[in-house]
Design a protein around this ligand. Sequence first.
Ligand SMILES: [Zn+2]
Length: 316
Amino acid sequence: MSLLIKGGIVITMNRNGRIIKDGSVAVDGQKIMAVGRTEDVQREYGDAEYTIDARGKAVLPGLINPHSHFLQILVRGLGTRLDWGQWLSEYIYPTHSAITEKDCYIASLLACAEMLKSGTTFGLDNNFIFTTPNNTDSIAKAVAETGIKCILAPGPLDSGIAPEELRLDRDSALRECRKAIEKWNGKEEGRIKVWLGPTTPGVNVTPELCYEMYEMARSYKTKIIIHLAESQKLLRVIKQKYRVMGHVNFAHKIGILDENVVAVHCVWVNDSEIALLKKTKTSIVHNPTSNAILGDGIAPVPKMLKVGQKEALGKE
Ligand SMILES: [Zn+2]
C-alpha cells in the first residue's frame, strides 16, 4: 500500500452519509483500497510507504469545480466594479489579446495549484483565447503535470462583442476544437477530458458556430458548456439581434439544449425557461461569487431545485 490517511474524521459522502470518527483511507497507486475505521483498515492493510496523520482533520472526497477560465487568473481583481459587458470589453479582451503560450502554461499551473490546495481535485477550464496555435496544449500540459483531473472546454469566439483580434473564422475554430478533442480527450490515464465551450451563444459566438460545436461534441460523444442569461444586458443583445426573449429560449431555438449540455449562470430566467431547462435535461452551474462581483442578479436556485433541476457550484 502506498498511502495511508490515518485517524481522521472521514466523511464518506456515501448514500447513508456515513461519518467515521476515527477513520482511515488506504490507497495503493491510483486506487482507494479501503475506507473504514482505523483499526480495521490497519489490520487489513498494515503500514504504508507514506502515512498522513489526519488526527483532528476532516477527510473527504475531492471537491469539483465545474466552471472556470484558468487564464483569467492573470487579471484577477481587474475591473471588478464594472458591469459584465464593460468588464469583458475593457479588461478581459484587451489583456487576453496579448496572451502567449507561456502565459497559458503559467496561468494554468497556478489555477490547478490553487484548486488542489483548496481540496479541489477536479476542475474545468473554458478557454476562449487562441492567440497561438498551442494555447490548448499549454493548458493541457499544466494540467498533466499537476496531477489534477480536468475537463478542457475550448471555445473559440467568432463574432459580436469579441474583438477582431480574438475571433477565429469558422474553419479555424472548428479545427481548434477537433484538434483539442483528438489530442487530449481521455489522455493522462483518463484524467483529461475534452468538451467544447462556445462561451456565450449569440453574443460572442454565432448561432451557426455554436450549433456546429454542439454537433461536433455529439459526434465525439462528449459535451458542451455554455454561459446562459448571465446579465440583463446580454438579454437585451439577444432581443435586439435575434428578436428572441430570453437567452435560454434562444439556446433552445438554435437547438443546443439537452442532457449533453451544461449551462453556466442562468440568472435571468423566467419560470417557463426554468421548466425548459428541466425538460431538456440541461444541467446548470451556479457561480455565486461571480454573480456577486458583477452585481447583476442572483440565480433563482431554490426555484430550480424545487423543480428537480441538477445544479452544481462553480468558481467561474
Ligand atoms: Zn465563465
